[in-house]
Design a binder for this molecule. Structure first.
Ligand SMILES: [Zn+2]
Length: 368
C-alpha cells in the first residue's frame, strides 16, 4: 500500500506557504521537495517556538492544494488559516500524549479525507508519547491510503526511537542571535532593541515577537546583571534576591497571559455566535496555555541565567593577568559552571525558587 494517491504535481510548492516561518530554510526546502512525492509520515524535531505549527500548515497546503501548493487558492487559504477539514491537529489533553490520544489519532487516520485526495494528521508533543508511541506504530507502518502524518517532537527520547525510524525526520533549529536580530530589524525594531531582544529570545522568533510587547525586559536584564554586586555573603541576601528574580520571571509571563486571555475570549465569542452555551475544547486550551506559561517562565529564567553567566565572564576577562588572578579566575570559572548547570537542570526540575536560592548561596562565596 502506498500513501501516494495523487500524481506528483509538476510545480514546486510556492514559498508563500511558509511565509509565517522565520528561518528554517533547510526544513522548508526539505518539505517543499517532499510535497511532490510524500511518504506517509514526517517527524519534525526541535525545541518549541520555532514556527512548527506554521511549518506543518504550509506542508499540508502543499499536499492538499490541487496545484501542488499555489499559495492563493481556496484550499491553500483554508489550510493556512487552520480551517480545512482534512488537516487535523491532535494535541494532548493531559501531561503526556496518552494512549487515548493515540487511539484518537488511529481512528482519524483510518477515516477517508472529507474533501481532498489526502488528509494530513498533525500530532504535537510526540516526545511526551511514552506509552502512546506503541499504539501509533502499526498505523504509522501501514497507514490508510491518503493519510500523511506530521508528528512534532521537542526531541527524540528512547521511547520514540521506533516511531522515528518509521518517519522521515525534519530538523528545526533555534536561530542564531544574529539571524534573529536581522529579522527583528526587518520588522522595524530599532537596532539596539533588536540586539537585546535577540539575546533574550534564545533562538525563538515566537518568543522575540512576544518580548516586543514587553516594556520591562531591560529592567529584568539589569536585575540579573546586578546579582554579583548585591550578594553580600549572607544567606538572607541570597534568599531575598532569589525571590526577586523568580517574581521578575513571573512578571515576564504577563504579555503571554494577556494573549491567552484574548484567545479564551475569542473562543467564548465564537461559541456565543454559534449559540453554544459551553465553549468546546476550553479545558484543553487552558491546559495548553498553562504549559506554555510554565515553559515561558523557564525560558525567562534561562535567559536571565545567561546574563548572569555573562556578568561573571566579564569579571574573568578583567581578572586575567591581575595579581592573584589565577585563584580568582578559578572561582569565577566555577561560578559560570554552576550557573550553566542550573540552566540545564531547570528543564527537568522546575522547582526554580529553591534551586536558584541554592545557586545564589554558592555564588555568595565568590567575591563580586
Ligand atoms: Zn493552492
Amino acid at each position: 500500500m502506498t500513501a501516494e494517491v495523487a500524481p506528483a504535481p509538476a510545480e514546486m510548492p510556492s514559498p508563500a506557504l511558509f511565509a509565517d516561518v522565520v528561518g528554517q530554510e533547510a526544513a522548508i526546502a526539505q518539505l517543499m521537495a517532499a510535497a511532490r512525492r510524500p511518504v506517509h509520515a514526517y517527524l519534525v524535531v526541535g525545541p518549541p517556538g520555532l514556527g512548527q505549527p506554521a511549518l506543518a500548515r504550509g506542508f499540508a497546503a502543499a499536499l492538499l492544494c490541487p496545484q501542488g501548493g499555489c499559495g492563493h487558492c481556496g484550499v491553500c487559504r483554508r489550510v493556512l488559516s487552520g480551517v480545512h477539514p482534512d488537516v487535523v491537529l491532535v494535541e494532548r489533553a493531559g501531561a503526556e500524549l496518552s494512549v487515548d490520544d493515540a487511539r484518537a489519532v488511529v481512528r482519524l487516520a483510518a477515516r477517508r479525507p472529507l474533501e481532498s485526495a489526502r488528509q494530513v494528521v498533525v500530532v504535537s508533543d510526540m516526545h511526551l508519547a511514552r506509552r502512546a508511541a506503541p499504539v501509533l506504530l502499526k498505523t504509522l507502518e501501514d497507514p490508510a491510503t491518503g493519510t500523511v502524518f506530521v508528528l512534532m517532537a521537542d526531541s527524540v527520547p528512547s521511547e520514540l526511537v521506533t516511531v522515528a525510524s518509521r518517519c522521515v525526520r525534519v530538523d528545526v533549529a533555534p536561530l542564531s542571535p544574529e539571524r534573529l536580530e536581522s529579522w527583528l530589524v526587518e520588522q522595524d525594531v530599532a537596532p539596539e532593541r533588536a540586539a537585546q531582544l535577540a539575546l533574550a529570545a534564545r533562538g525563538s522568533p515566537e518568543r522575540a515577537r512576544l518580548l516586543l510587547t514587553d516594556a520591562h525586559l531591560a529592567g529584568r536584564r539589569e536585575l540579573w546583571r546586578s546579582v554579583p554586586t548585591r550578594l553580600d555573603g549572607s544567606g538572607a541576601a541570597a534568599a531575598a534576591l532569589a525571590g526577586e528574580l523568580v517574581a521578575s520571571a513571573e512578571d515576564a509571563t504577563e504579555p503571554l497571559r494577556e494573549r491567552h486571555q484574548a484567545e479564551l475570549e475569542e473562543m467564548a465569542a465564537l461559541a456565543d455566535t454559534a449559540g453554544q452555551r459551553a465553549v468546546p475544547g476550553r479545558r484543553g486550551v487552558e491546559d495548553r496555555q498553562k504549559r506554555e506559561e510554565r515553559r515561558w517562565r523557564t525560558d525567562e529564567l534561562q535567559a536571565g541565567l545567561a546574563v548572569l553567566a555573562g556578568a561573571y565572564r566579564d569579571r574573568m576577562a578583567a581578572a586575567a593577568g591581575a595579581p592573584r588572578g589565577d585563584e580568582r579566575l578559578a572561582a569565577l570559572g566555577a561560578a559560570v559552571g554552576a550557573i550553566e548547570e542550573l540552566s540545564r537542570e531547570l528543564i527537568r526540575n522546575p522547582n526554580e525558587s529553591l534551586q536558584l536560592e541554592a545557586l545564589l548561596v554558592r555564588l555568595s562565596a565568590v567575591p563580586g
